[in-house]
Design a binder for this molecule. Structure first.
Ligand SMILES: N[C@@H](CCC(=O)N[C@@H](CS)C(=O)NCC(=O)O)C(=O)O
Length: 198
């Protein structure tokens, strides 16, 4: 059984939502960052970054929420969380899955810190561009790949829910509101929300 190392009210929500979507049993290992549990030698052996979430699957361990999304979607193909290899939607699935940590996360950090960086050099360009691109991709919906829900929605939906709805760091837009509402309506999202509250 997979083991999820998690802490309440953190990015662990993404992995909780993902595992709840699979319908597979998994064990939750509380790694409370408020107590410093993420800095024990045992935990650093699993994630040397000392961050949650992290996942153990037998002898395999990994961290980074988006990587966990990719891994679990591959391990449980029957959960239909990723277009299969060779499927035409696979390219866009990978694009949006990577867009989440590569563009949305730094755009949020830029908004929070007001950090100035030339947009040509910044990998995410600038925060306005990131959220404009996301806005037009979500206009049609209901999901980032259109009719197909995938683990990319779990990565992107968690980030948008955090940035737009919970922390109001990013101004809401009709496409974001509709998308967050669709994500929040999923039973797995709701179960994960209850678990993540601690
Ligand atoms: N890039 C990581 C970020 C994870 C992260 O920042 N987790 C925070 C909680 S939201 C954490 O573990 N903080 C504890 C610490 O830095 O000591 C991911 O996407 O999974």
């Amino acid at each position: 059984m997979m083991k999820l190392y998690w802490s309440p009210r953190t990015r662990s929500f993404t992995a909780l939502w993902l595992l709840e979507e699979t319908g597979k049993p998994y064990e939750r290992v509380l790694t409370d960052i408020a107590t410093g549990a993420q800095r024990t030698p045992e935990y650093l052996a699993i994630n040397p970054m000392g961050k949650v979430p992290a996942l153990r699957d037998g002898d395999a361990t990994l961290a980074e929420a988006a990587a966990i999304c990719a891994y679990v979607a591959e391990r449980y193909p029957e959960a239909n969380l990723a277009p299969p290899l060779g499927h035409p939607l696979r390219a866009k699935y990978l694009y949006w899955l990577f867009f989440s940590p590569s563009c949305i996360e730094p755009a949020m950090a830029q908004i929070a810190t007001r950090m100035e960086m030339p947009s040509v050099a910044a990998g995410w360009g600038d925060s306005a561009r990131v959220f404009d691109v996301l806005d037009s991709a979500l206009e049609k919906g209901p999901w980032i790949l259109g009719e197909t829900f995938s683990a990319a929605d779990i990565a992107i939906g968690s980030g948008l829910n955090f940035a737009v709805k919970l922390f109001k760091m990013v101004p809401s837009r009709p496409s974001f509101d509709r998308y967050i509402a669709a994500c929040s309506a999923r039973p797995a999202f709701q179960r994960a929300g209850a678990l993540a509250a601690g």
